[in-house]
Write a protein that binds this ligand. Structure first.
Ligand SMILES: [Zn+2]
Length: 294
């Protein structure tokens, strides 16, 4: 049994997880319209309720495209290497798996907290909820096949540990998934998502897909920027990273019957942009041309 074989098996295991990973947020393969509609109502409800007397002003602010295209988070440079110590992830230990998820989340909190400080934007951490079976969230039902989920109305990242992953955990895949979900939290806290959800609620179906792609591709790029901080040989090899990107290039779109996450090559491109630059400034999918967000 040679090394590359073993590696391929490992990667495949991890990437099953990652596919689900990109998936979960609001873009639900089958029940798409129902789930998406309920989620967007939740999304809209939050600002308008909070708006109160300042409602009119809030409404125009929330619709402001520059929140997405010119956000201050883009001008914060590279994510700081927070010397993340994730520890090992042996198979079969739920306790070790939970510890790993918690540690990666702490690293994400530190790295992104520092970016928000640089941007002089208020920041708050997401909650992490580790689950071993599917749950309903305030954003709707758990989508089949998803292993992670970010719900913006309670700002919670849900991470599902399945028996299969427990048997054969792939740390790179799991970290990438968490960083993607965290990317949605960054979009939420920086108010990029205020523009997204407002625009989305007004859009027709093909425009909705186009907006969804910009949102998902950005989360993936933010994920890449964080993954770059782990590139020190302790967490994963260049070979593993390249394998992961190639896997997405070929398979990243397959879980989505509608093109709401972008084509495989487009996903791979934004992952790589984030990773190569290490900076959220490389992740401005909202100002990118339509042909770069296909
Ligand atoms: Zn996503």
């Amino acid at each position: 049994m040679n090394v590359s074989h073993r590696f391929a098996a490992l990667a495949a295991a991890g990437l099953t997880l990652t596919v689900a990973a990109t998936s979960q947020v609001f873009v639900l393969p089958n029940a798409a319209s129902a789930s998406v509609a309920s989620v967007s109502q939740v999304q809209q409800a939050a600002p308008s309720v909070a708006g109160g007397a300042a409602g009119a002003q809030s409404a125009s602010a929330f619709a402001n495209k520059s929140l997405a295209t010119k956000n201050r988070i883009y001008r914060t440079g590279r994510l700081t290497d927070v010397n993340c110590r994730t520890g090992s992830l042996p198979s079969g230990s739920t306790a070790a798996y939970k510890r790993f998820l918690t540690r990666v989340t702490n690293c994400l909190n530190t790295a992104w907290g520092s970016q928000f400080r640089k941007a002089r934007l208020p920041f708050s951490k997401p909650r992490l909820r580790i689950i071993t079976r599917k749950v309903n969230t305030p954003c709707g039902k758990w989508s089949a096949g998803a292993d992670g989920y970010y719900c913006s109305s309670n700002r919670t990242m849900y991470m599902l540990i399945t028996r299969k992953q427990l048997r054969q955990p792939f740390p790179l895949g799991i970290a990438r998934l968490m960083a993607h979900e965290y990317g949605h939290h960054v979009q939420q806290v920086s108010k990029i998502w205020s523009y997204y959800w407002t625009a989305r609620n007004r859009a027709g179906s093909s425009q909705r897909l186009a907006l969804s792609r910009r949102s998902e591709l950005q989360a993936e790029c933010f994920s890449g920027a964080f993954m770059r901080t782990l590139r020190d040989g302790r967490h994963f090899s260049d070979q593993q990273w390249n394998y992961t990107v190639n896997w997405f290039r070929q398979n990243g779109h397959k879980a989505w019957p509608q093109n709401d996450h972008g084509r495989g090559p487009t996903q791979a491109k934004w992952m790589t942009r984030g990773y190569n630059s290490g900076s959220p400034g490389a992740c401005n999918t909202w100002a990118a041309s339509a042909r770069n967000t296909t």
